[in-house]
Design a protein around this ligand. Sequence first.
Ligand code: NAP
Length: 494
Amino acid sequence: MNIAAHPAFRGTSGLDLESCSKGLFIGGQWREAHAKRRIPVVDPSTETVLAHVADASLSDATEAVDAAATAAPGWASTAPRRRSEILRRCFELMTERADSLAKLISLENGKALRDARGEVAYAAEFFRWNAEEAVRIVGDISIAPAGANRIIVEYQPIGVCVLITPWNFPAAMATRKIAPALAAGCTVVLKPATETPLTAYALAALYKEAGVPDGVVNVITTSTPGQVTAAMLADPRVRKLSFTGSTTVGRTLLAEASKTVLSCSMELGGNAPLIVFDDADLDTAIEGAMVAKMRNAGEACTAANRFYVQSGIYDRFVAALTKRMEALTVGVGISPETECGPMITARAVAKIDELVKDAVGRGAKVVCGGNKPAGAGFFYPPTVLVDVPGDADMAHEEIFGPVAPITKFETEEEVIARANHTEYGLAAYIFTSDIGRGLKVSRQIEAGMVALNRGLVSDPAAPFGGVKQSGLGREGGSHGVLEFTEPRYVAVTL
Ligand code: NAP
């Protein structure tokens, strides 16, 4: 099976798709896994196999770390301007080939092509932003308070990094780590999600073309992520783990990383509240709610997971949201008309179905959707539920699908308490015409990111990340690159 032969890529794709299913990408070369095992990659829209990728075991992982460690001194001492130019070239190549990249993402992830195009633009932007950061990693110098010496601080690359990414943004979750790591002068081993490895491999070929030296970025796929990453994290040459994924796996990895006292950045799960006050502009709230809920068909860590709507606007909000949700075109991701593609796996659909049944069993009412369809593809319809009680499982767990659970509230104090009643703290959405109130409430919500009168927070120029059990550290903005550095302090008497 070769993805290059897929009808979506008839003519020229501009991507090295032949190499995607050739093997692991280690030291700038493609090669089979030592055990010669392979993993199928399934199109969630049709359940057909798109390709097979190599299945790395421990010896492959060690070779990937070897390659990253060998390349590390050369890359760390490459002039920041040169690193910047290479990163800029990655941005340009991704932008030139955006159409093919979007098709590849849509095929392996199932997301609507329009969402995939948005993801490519977002993912490429991390290279442009970090190309600009690469030449602006500045230290400082000060006089010690006692006056005896100078304090010189400079930021050095932290070293070899292991990067682990999820399937929901196959390009952006990787570039959000790779671009700042490379800007800081680090080398990396990326382990993408098993469901969506093709984009990571296609991008690896593109980085090489852009001038990233061999060994600076290595990519391995494996069906045994626990064993393979534990081995890499135990390797004393590895100095950083940057993980994006579920809180459950994040906890396991933090325990692993403690054995070698690794620096960890953790972008974990969310349970975002979306709050609509009576004084909100209804059109703005609906527009924002559709983006916050339905970007990526709800498969986003930032997705609105709990809707709290004040009693005075409640009926109008429910009616308008239901109308928009019912009108969405559900279909095969790669079809240009599709607005809501399939979920990633049959398991993901079963989980959503379970959460909806649990909520209904506890008194919630289905306003639209709510039924798992028959037929090929991992589909779940856009669904609106009302009167969802606080003890429903979906009030505490990520739905990760196109389901909007709505409940009514009366007062500001009540909704703040309900919004904060979760172990998560990634994103939150607030809609109100009173900006003063919006800012006041945003400061009281326990979340790393708040969107005020809009449905999108993600921006490569802003610090992305969560509080509580949604994570540690930030990606993007000027914070992102510093996660891949360590300050070195020199005391000198002058
Ligand atoms: P996941 O199951 O935690 O997997 C994430 C990555 O970890 C995958 O590459 C996975 O490999 C790997 N993995 C799984 N078990 C592992 C283990 N024992 N040791 C090492 N690696 C392991 O998450 P997911 O289902 O792919 O993604 C959805 C989750 O990611 C949601 O919770 C979502 O909120 C979160 N997320 C957070 C952010 C953020 O920025 N905060 C962004 C996107 C997604 P396999 O694919 O082989 O299992």
